[in-house]
Design a protein. Structure first.
Length: 307
């Protein structure tokens, strides 16, 4: 497979991130490494999407703090970004809604029709922003007349880097005529671009709890988007999938990360990191990166909290 025929993937992780841990970042890295090793995918971006304050989880600190901690945790990454859209909404959003939002956003910003699992993408048109204040979206109404070129990954990446960190000012987007003389700044290519939900096996297991998830949402999440699962604490994703008719139905859309490295996935636990902070446990450095620890101490978060 050439790079242009592989499926281009954006990994999206939804959660409390209360606080975000080293393990959360490891999940992204492990998932990307595994998908690349399959030879079928190119991961071009990762998105961390913290949950809205109205989620109501005990001990959940303000999204203002959680967004800042997430940004500190990924500041050294050149491909993982933090998106505040969930936190900016009037109320809590379902995971399905978040996935659909990002699919629609990517379509608008890149000019690309994102494919879902079962629907091949049509030829997208990827445009390069003209300048810092004006993002250009190119219409794609006359596919048969479009030339092709070898490389588009950089163009997609440029668009993603601009939209994953901030709430996009939609009034700045302009449309140009598809037949305009765009010179050498444009590249056209047929690609398949998908957003996959990144999660641990604990979230996968929650799909099996009757009444916890809306079944229509589950159909969309697993059937239209797909999931990348990072096993945690010895969980067996295959066993979990056999307990849900929807998971069994779309088993081919669930990618389970398998590698030879023995990662202590317990460090993903935000609960354990909060307990370490409350008890003054020096092992908190095993869970959290130093900039996040510094921010927590400066803002006096979790120290006297329960849960």
């Amino acid at each position: 497979m050439t790079e242009t025929t592989k499926t281009h993937v954006i990994l999206l992780a939804c959660g409390s991130f209360n606080p975000i841990t080293k393990g959360h970042i490891q999940m992204f890295e492990r998932a990307r490494d595994y998908l690349h090793k399959t030879g079928r995918f190119i991961v071009i971006g990762g998105i961390v999407s913290p949950v809205h304050d109205s989620y109501g989880k005990t001990g959940l600190v303000s999204s203002r703090h959680r967004l800042t901690m997430c940004q500190l945790a990924v500041q050294s990454s050149d491909w993982i970004r933090v998106d505040p859209w969930e936190c900016y909404q009037d109320t809590w959003q379902t995971t399905c809604s978040v996935l659909e939002h990002h699919r629609d956003l990517m379509k608008r910003v890149t000019g690309c029709i994102l494919s879902n699992v079962n629907t091949p993408s049509i030829t997208p048109v990827i445009g390069q922003p003209q300048n810092e204040s004006s993002q250009t979206i190119y219409q794609n109404n006359n596919i048969s007349n479009k030339p092709t070129a070898a490389k588009i990954l950089g163009k997609v990446g440029e668009s993603l880097s601009r939209i994953c960190c901030v709430r996009p000012p939609m009034e700045r987007f302009t449309f140009v005529d598809e037949n305009a003389n765009l010179g050498t700044v444009m590249r056209y290519e047929e690609i398949e671009l998908r957003i996959l939900l990144l999660c641990g096996s604990d979230l996968l297991e929650s799909f099996c709890i009757p009444g916890l998830w809306n079944e229509t949402d589950m159909e969309v999440i697993v059937g239209e988007f797909g999931i990348v699962v990072v096993p945690r604490d010895g969980a067996d994703p295959d066993r979990i999938m056999n307990h849900s008719s929807i998971l069994r139905k779309y088993k081919s859309n669930i990618l389970v990360v398998k590698d030879d490295m023995n990662h202590p996935m317990s460090v993903v636990s935000s609960t354990k990191s909060r307990l370490a902070l409350q008890h003054g446990d020096g092992h908190v450095v095993d869970y959290l990166c130093q900039p996040v620890i510094d921010y927590i101490l400066k803002s006096q978060l979790y120290i006297n909290a329960s849960g």
